[in-house]
Design a protein around this ligand. Structure first.
Ligand code: AAT
Length: 292
């Protein structure tokens, strides 16, 4: 450990650790679920860390939050009801709120401390909570989904932490089954699905489970996020049986002059070309994912 630096270490990426220089520690707390730290870095702005793992930095959060949201929502016409699991920082809410067709946004985050800390230290992320369409539920996403009536949502976005800790069940088959039940026919889910460089074994399991459960399209996409382990992160995109969805060709582009730009700022990362490109896979990953 180098004094004055934060190093991200985990058994999920043994033998490597990405480090950021710390200017100042702004918050340290322990919730019922995890350790919460916010620090000012010298090159990535403020950083939110849960149990030693970086959840977002001010500089590159746009890449993750925009892609995990707009990959599903720009792939279907007129999304109206959206559910976010995790995502207590509010960044995915901020992105969902760019879609004027959306009427209702539910979010179920397990840890209220994440919400409070985001409102205090990350106002440009937590701005998502200001949208009147948002209802916040504090609780476990697994239990929340079990209680959702069948066919409720057009889209479910699972913005979850890694499968060590409170998010473990969000990577398991019964969870995917309750997501499928909560979606309308032809509804879409997009889940945080780790790194092709570090976690092909996890991705393999997710793909195998999703192919059994989701009878529509099942695709893997990925993007670049410099402060996530290995610098990339992926998403599992699936649809239930119903009107066909072609994830690779978005049919619901976001209005360039959308009415929410005043409060949220313009898109920084997502565009239709990035959307299509996100589904191109390196040969080693394609081989595994397409064979499942
Ligand atoms: N948008 C920032 C990126 C995240 S946040 C993940 C959120 O999921 C955290 O706020 C965490 O408290 C919440 N969470 C974890 N488990 C559950 C659960 N069972 N139910 C509801 N919410 C949960 C993801 C960062 C990815 C990091 C990649 N290394």
């Amino acid at each position: 450990v180098i004094p004055g630096w934060f190093s991200e270490m985990s058994p999920m990426w043994p033998g490597e650790a990405h480090s950021l220089k710390v200017e100042k520690i702004l918050f340290q707390g322990k919730s019922d679920y995890q350790n919460v730290i916010v620090f000012q870095s010298s090159t990535y702005g403020k950083v939110l860390v849960l149990d030693g793992v970086i959840q977002l930095t001010e500089r590159d959060e746009c890449a993750y939050q925009e892609m995990i949201t707009h990959l599903p929502l720009c792939s279907i016409p007129n999304p109206k009801k959206v559910l976010v699991i995790g995502g207590g920082d509010g960044g995915v809410l901020r992105e969902v709120s760019r879609h004027s067709s959306v009427e209702k946004i539910d979010i179920c985050e397990i840890d209220k401390m994440v919400v409070d800390v985001s409102k205090q230290f990350f106002p440009r992320v937590a701005v998502g909570f200001d949208d009147p369409r948002v209802t916040l539920h504090i609780g476990d996403g697994v239990a929340f989904l079990k209680a959702v009536p069948e066919g409720t949502y057009d889209a479910v976005i699972v913005d979850s932490s890694d499968p060590i800790g409170p998010a473990q069940e969000l990577f398991e088959k019964p969870f995917f089954a309750s997501v499928a039940k909560a979606l309308r026919p032809g509804g879409v889910v997009c889940t945080q699905a780790e790194s092709i460089w570090l976690h092909m074994h996890i991705i393999e399991d997710i793909v195998a489970n999703c192919r059994q459960i989701f009878k529509g399209t099942v695709n893997y996409a990925w993007t670049s996020v410099p402060t996530y382990p290995s610098g990339v992160i992926g998403f599992m995109l699936c649809t239930t049986e119903g009107p066909p969805v072609d994830f690779k060709h978005p049919i619901n582009p976001i209005d360039a002059d959308d009415r929410h730009v005043k409060t949220t700022g313009p898109l920084k990362f997502y565009n239709s070309e990035m959307h299509t490109a996100a589904f191109c896979l390196p040969s080693f990953a394609r081989k595994v994912i397409e064979s499942k």
